[in-house]
Design a protein around this ligand. Structure first.
Ligand code: ACO
Length: 323
């Protein structure tokens, strides 16, 4: 059997935070944030709203918008770097909330590449014949791990969740995948609660996100622009055949640079950065959902999704949209 994405759902918390909010807590302004990142607003979860809650709301939306049955889901993957706690997993908490009794459940940590990693893993489970129906979430409450004294990073992050249902069918729609890791860049983007070093560099142990923005920016544009034609090639396509490119929404300038470096048309990209900020593993499903709602993505379109982030890691898939 092959794997096919058959449904999508998303959720963002109610609280909208605009750029002016940051003018009252750090030395910044709306013009800098818009021109350097493209972000206009982001959503923040409420005090007692955690990643598990965002996942549950996203799956509720998936059921509302799609004619699907979840009773026989047999595996749940939650891609997140902001779990409610390290143990138990968010996936097990979601399993409990959904009342599913016969399903495996794991969290995976691949930062902003997590959603694409999750799709690749679900594809493998189904192709191996061990599982038939997998929920893959990308969900984050980054606002709970943001250092609001660091103006270079706190303006970037937002909270949100997306989920897809991946099912076994005779003819799938996941055409190709790619994964990669460059651990020596781990020191450039981390969140740690333990005293240690990452690649010889002392880490700050406040359990908040620390980032060397320029280093990550450079790595992201060089790595992803090189992978784009290779990934298309793995699907037997060229970049000209891709209808919509959905890179991780880390920064609008990263998306613009990816397009100029690869020659891909900017108007054929989908993003969630302007409305929702950088939502890490949730950014790709949020951008895809927006593209669907706006009537841009149509049945039969070829989509290229590429996530990249803390690790440093990347992962990408090519899909033929068929929902
Ligand atoms: N407001 C005003 N000025 C600021 C702000 C701010 N919020 N933040 C930084 N500045 C200043 C800096 O101090 C610097 O001033 P200086 O020239 O006097 O020293 C100037 O603006 C330029 O700073 P840069 O760091 O060079 O700004 P840059 O254009 O690189 O933008 C940013 C910073 C937005 C962080 C960018 O580097 C970026 O988006 N990086 C990639 C982030 C990313 O992709 N992360 C991966 C995913 S996240 C995850 O995995 C959880």
């Amino acid at each position: 059997m092959q794997a096919k994405i058959t449904a999508l759902g998303t959720y963002v918390p109610e609280r909208i935070v605009d750029n002016h909010y940051f003018e009252s807590i750090i030395d910044t302004n709306d013009e800098w944030i818009v021109s350097r990142t493209g972000i206009r607003t982001r959503r923040f979860a409420s005090e007692f709203e955690y990643t598990t809650h965002l996942c549950a709301a996203a799956v509720e939306n998936l059921v509302e918008e799609n004619n699907v049955v979840l009773d026989d889901v047999d595996f749940i993957i939650v891609a997140t770097v902001t779990p409610d706690q390290i143990m138990p997993s968010v996936a097990s908490q979601v399993q409990e909330k959904l009342g599913l009794r016969h399903t495996g459940a794991i969290d995976i940590a691949a930062a902003c590449a997590g959603f694409a990693y999750g799709i690749i893993l679900a594809n493998g489970l189904i192709a191996a014949g061990t599982h038939r129906k997998v929920l893959v979430f990308g969900a984050e409450t980054l606002s709970k791990f943001t250092n609001f004294e660091d103006r270079t990073s706190c303006i970037l992050f937002g909270d949100g969740a997306g989920v897809v249902l991946v099912e076994a069918t005779p003819k799938g729609n996941i055409l190709a995948g790619v994964t990669g890791s460059q651990g020596d860049g781990g020191k450039d983007l981390y969140m740690s609660h333990m005293r240690k070093q990452i690649n010889g560099q002392d880490v700050i142990t406040d359990n908040k996100i620390h980032q060397n923005g320029r280093a990550v920016f450079k790595w992201a544009v060089n790595t992803v622009s090189a992978q784009m034609p290779l990934l298309a090639g793995r699907a037997g396509l060229t970049l000209n055949d891709i209808d919509w490119f959905i890179p991780h929404s880390a920064n609008l300038r990263i998306i613009e640079t990816l397009c100029s470096q690869s020659g891909f048309p900017l108007e054929k990209t989908l993003e969630s950065i302007t409305l929702f900020g950088n939502t890490s593993s949730a950014s790709i499903p949020l951008a895809l959902h927006r593209g669907l709602r706006e009537g841009k993505v149509k049945k039969g379109d070829k989509l290229m999704l590429i996530g990249f982030g803390g690790g440093l890691v990347y992962a990408g898939v090519v899909l033929e949209w068929d929902v």
